[in-house]
Every structure is written in structure tokens, then in C-alpha cells.
Design a protein around this ligand. Structure first.
Ligand code: PLP
Length: 387
């Protein structure tokens, strides 16, 4: 793909991908299973299980067709069904919440806190108690999201979930490589979902994975991901299944991408550092950054908040101005409790995500964004001040 515009986050190949794809063609493994799928899962397991200053975890990973499929299968594993409620971070992409509705359950949205922009522990507890009071039952699961790769206040959230015995599914679609207390996001809850969509930290063109606690659960998830086919010589089905497994070709891309994952993460952090230095003396622009040392974002996208009273422009004026200069930027996610499709769902809000949505902009941060591009983006923003 030719690139004259500076895009938010564009796929970037290591050069090793074709080797794995060619192997798949040579061996005719052009199906949704095979050595690349096994190899990619193995590489991901090694990666997510490692911890700073602690012995490795023992999680398993199932490669799937999408991050959305991973969230869906996580909810199935948690037994979410018609009539259930699932607490879900409101400030997110719709794919966090859509699978709740696939199961005939209702998403109940919980707003964010201002430090990480992720689920507010305080509101989470309020929501749990209020749902219990209103429906007589606790919600069936909690979906926490690490938006833009920023870890949430995980200890506080998990402590509340444990207090009420509600399992946590982490939507780590944007957070591959982000750590909290030296441990990778996606490994704290019962399940963790990853995405390898074209714009993510690494890509398989389209794809995802579910991090699960054991081999037994890995087998269960694989069963549902391959049409719930029972072990008979003929096709026997006793449950509803899905066609959610990753293809051996996509997994070949994934294996190649794993050889460059650390480099991608380091690059995103470098770009964030460049923005941090540039915005330090620009009044009215605040870069979203790790609030404390235990948070270690992958900085999948770099985000700013704009104080119009100081800058004289708002996020939409800046977005259009950058667009004319050949720079892609995007408003922050519109909270789910403001989305027409979820208008009937209960929501516990504090104004944080609405405020962020009204003031924020995502700036380019991917592997194709180098020092020169950041300089150009920053200079372009500066020139809007002068107008
Ligand atoms: C927060 C979040 N959750 C879930 C997803 C879904 O992932 P996928 O596009 O791989 O289905 C995405 C990305 O697309 C995302 O950004």
C-alpha cells in the first residue's frame, strides 16, 4: 500500500511472514488449523506468560478469526445467556459490547475514571450493587477494556469483581504488550481477548486470540470455535458452534509478526516520548500518559486532550486542519451509553467519558510514523495556534 498520507496505525511487515505462508502453501495447510496456528499460539503463550521479576504464568492462547470472536467465546465460556446482564466499560469500541447481545444478554455500561480513561472502580461497585438491588441478581461478567493500550486500575477492579464473585473478561484488543506491575494485560482476568486487526500492534490481516487459564479450557474454546463438532466419525452436533478459528495462512503472518512485536512496542513508546517532549511546552494540549510507574502502556495510539479556551481550536477543527495537511487523526471513541443502538441499556455514568469524547483526538503512532513524521505533525499543530 503506498503511503503519502500519515495514517494512524498501518500494518508493517517484518519480512519473515512470507516464509511461513510459503510453508503453508508448500504443505497444502490452507485451512483453519495447522503448524502456523500451533506455532503462533505457542509464540503468543511464551510472550503473554512472561513477567518482570516473577516466574512465568501458565496461560494458554487460542488463535481465532477476530478479537470480537474472542470476546464472544469468552462470554460463552462464562455461561452468559439470555436474561443475563454483563457490565462493560462504556468508553470503548462497540466490539467490546456487541458479543454480549449475541448471547441474548444485556450490556450494562460503566463509565471511566480520568487517570487511565478505563473503567472506574468506584462506579463498578455502585453498578454491581444497584443491579443486584434492581434485578435480584449479580451481573454475570465484567468486561474491562484497556483503551488505546493503557492498562486500567486492574488491582482495584479485580478486587471488586472478586468481592462479589463476578468473573472478569479483559478486552486487551488494543493492549498487546501493555503491562501492569510487570504482567501483560489480558492475563489478569479469567479470560483475555487480543486483536490482530490490520491497525493493531501486530496484525494477521484480521484475527484475534483468547487467553485462557488451562489446556482444558483451550480445548473447550477450540470446540466452540470449530462448529462444536462432537468426536464422532460423522458430523454430530449437540451444541451451537461458530466458525471462529484462525486460518493457517493468517497465522503464518502472525508468526512473522511475532518476530517484530517487541520492536513495534518500543517504536510506539518512542513516538509517545517524542510527542511528550513536543507537547510539554504547548499550552492547552495534554498527552494521555501512564499515570504511575506500575502502568506501562504500549501506546498503541497517542491521544491528546485539547483545552479550547487555551488553544483557540477544538478537536474537530484540529482534525480537519490535520486532514488537509495529509495527517489522519480521529476523535476518541464515542462512549457506548451515547450510542443509539445501546440507548435502552442501563448505564452508570460520571461524565468522564463524555468529557474525553468532547475534547480528545488520536494522533498517528504506528511503525510508519518516524521522527520526521512526528515533527511534521507537531509543527502542523503549532501552526494552527498561530492562525
Ligand atoms: C477495544 C476493542 N475491542 C475489540 C476489538 C475487536 O477486535 P477485532 O477487530 O479483531 O474483531 C477492537 C478492535 O477492532 C477494539 O479496539
Amino acid at each position: 500500500m503506498s503511503q503519502s498520507r500519515i495514517l494512524l496505525c498501518l500494518a508493517h511487515m517484518s519480512g519473515n511472514e512470507m516464509k511461513y505462508i510459503e510453508e503453508a502453501f508448500a504443505d497444502n495447510w490452507v485451512v483453519p488449523l495447522g503448524p502456523n496456528v500451533d506455532g503462533f499460539e505457542h509464540d503468543l503463550e511464551e510472550f503473554v506468560n512472561s513477567r518482570e521479576g516473577a516466574s512465568p504464568l501458565d496461560k494458554r492462547v487460542v488463535a481465532l478469526s477476530a478479537g470480537t470472536a474472542a470476546i464472544h467465546l469468552g462470554l460463552i465460556q462464562l455461561g452468559v445467556g439470555p436474561g443475563d446482564e454483563v457490565l462493560c466499560q462504556s468508553f470503548t469500541f462497540s466490539a467490546s459490547a456487541n458479543p454480549v447481545t449475541y448471547q441474548g444478554a444485556t450490556p450494562v455500561f460503566v463509565d471511566s475514571e480520568p487517570d487511565t480513561w478505563n473503567m472506574s472502580p468506584e462506579l463498578l461497585e455502585q453498578a454491581i450493587l444497584d443491579r443486584k438491588a434492581k434485578t435480584g441478581r449479580y451481573p454475570k461478567a465484567i468486561i474491562i477494556v484497556y483503551l488505546y493500550g493503557m492498562p486500567a486500575k486492574i488491582d482495584e477492579l479485580i478486587a471488586i469483581a472478586d468481592k462479589y464473585g463476578i468473573p472478569v473478561l479483559e478486552d486487551a484488543a488494543e493492549a498487546l504488550g501493555s503491562r501492569y506491575r510487570g504482567q501483560y494485560c489480558g492475563t489478569f482476568g479469567r479470560y483475555g481477548a487480543l486483536s490482530f486487526n490490520g491497525n493493531k500492534m501486530i496484525t494477521t490481516s484480521g484475527g484475534g486470540a483468547l487467553i485462557v487459564p488451562s489446556d482444558k479450557e483451550k480445548k473447550e474454546v477450540m470446540f466452540y470455535a470449530t462448529q462444536a463438532r462432537e468426536p464422532f466419525p460423522y458430523y454430530q452436533h449437540e451444541k451451537i458452534g461458530y466458525n471462529y478459528r484462525m486460518s493457517n495462512i493468517c497465522a503464518g503472518i502472525g508468526r512473522g509478526q511475532m518476530t517484530i512485536l517487541e520492536e513495534h512496542i518500543a517504536h510506539h513508546r518512542h513516538v509517545h516520548q517524542l510527542y511528550a517532549e513536543a507537547f510539554a511546552d504547548m499550552d492547552g494540549i495534554t498527552l494521555h500518559s501512564n499515570p504511575e510507574e506500575k502502568f506501562d502502556a504500549n501506546y498503541w495510539l497517542c491521544n491528546i486532550l485539547i483545552d479550547k479556551d487555551t488553544t483557540g481550536f477544538d478537536y474537530e477543527e484540529l482534525r480537519q486542519y490535520l486532514d488537509k495537511a495529509g495527517i489522519e487523526s480521529r476523535p476518541l471513541w464515542k462512549p457506548m451509553h451515547l450510542q443509539p443502538v445501546f440507548a435502552a441499556c442501563p448505564a452508570y455514568v460520571n461524565g468522564v467519558s463524555e468529557d474525553l469524547f468532547g475534547r480528545g483526538l488520536c494522533l498517528p503512532a504506528g511503525p510508519w510514523v518516524g521522527d520526521r513524521e512526528v515533527e511534521y505533525i507537531v509543527e502542523t499543530i503549532k501552526s494552527l495556534y498561530r492562525r
